[in-house]
Design a protein around this ligand. Structure first.
Ligand code: Z5A
Length: 228
């Protein structure tokens, strides 16, 4: 976990963790395990998700995933993601961090880089502009990237039945998104924990928890105390 952000955070002492990965990588499954572990460590987290997390965000999520809106322009999609994010930050994420709470979000801005930047081909620069505008200097302390082959992930996701608007994309869309996630993790290894999500749910859980514990121990050592 980024010690710098954690110890000198302008947002209070809370930490901001994000789970990312392509469809069917198991984020939602692992969110519950992570909540249990952080609670046991004395940091019961605020759990949230994107797009969503607020009344407005959940309405926007409904529009974004609606298969009956197949003609949504990529720019409109990106701007709606950031509109939902602006509300999410104002209403949920910043207040929680400022109050010293930990926050775990099922997706955040890395998903915009992966899906809109790479998947839709909008490029990374525009996402960066919106990120700076909407978030100012707020970035996640740790992004847990559940990495899986797109075909295997989609197969899992499709077992749930009806596909939403974005799940209807072709395999190469998800392959581009996966590549973008991996490239971001490679470029900033201190901020990312990459976990092979092809393992069993329990195996993935153990890897995530071991990685999070190790980051916390490093952060505590960096501060010269034993706490997280
Ligand atoms: N999106 C975007 O484009 N831009 C943005 O900025 C943001 C989002 C923020 C909704 O996200 C969509 O929004 C998403 C990206 C886009 N695109 N789509 N489509 P979402 O996170 O709500 O939806 P999702 O990615 O489709 O989530 P998901 O399919 O629910 O995947 P998941 O949460 O990673 O997986 P899961 O629900 O935990 O597991 C899926 C199934 O696999 C389920 O039956 C599990 O029991 C099973 N599973 C889970 N783990 C395992 C393991 N380890 N082994 C075997 N089976 C497993």
């Amino acid at each position: 976990m980024s010690v710098e952000v954690a110890s000198a955070s302008p947002f209070g002492l809370g930490k901001f963790l994000v789970l990312e990965g392509i469809e069917g990588s198991g984020k939602t499954t692992q969110l519950t395990y992570l909540e249990q572990e952080l609670t046991a460590l004395g940091h019961p987290p605020v759990l949230t998700r994107e797009p969503g997390g607020t009344a407005l965000g959940e309405r926007l999520r409904g529009l974004l995933l609606d298969p009956d809106l197949p003609g949504m322009h990529a720019d409109a999609e990106l701007l709606l993601m950031f509109a939902a994010r602006a509300q999410h930050l104002a209403e949920v994420i910043r207040p929680a961090l400022e109050a010293g709470r930990w926050v775990v979000s099922d997706r955040f801005t890395d998903a915009s880089y992966a899906y809109q930047g790479a998947g839709r081909g909008l490029g990374m620069q525009r996402i960066g502009v919106l990120e700076d505008w909407v978030q100012a200097d707020l970035r996640p302390d740790l992004v847990i990237l559940l990495d899986i082959d797109p075909a295997a992930g989609l197969e899992r996701a499709l077992q749930r039945g009806r596909r939403d608007r974005i799940e209807r994309e072709a395999l190469d869309f998800f392959a581009r998104a996966r590549d973008a996630y991996r490239a971001r993790a490679e470029a900033d290894p201190a901020r990312y924990l990459v976990v092979d999500a092809a393992d069993t749910p329990e195996g993935v859980r153990e890897r995530i928890l071991a990685g999070v514990r190790a980051r916390l121990a490093n952060a505590a050592q960096g501060r010269g105390d034993g706490g997280g």
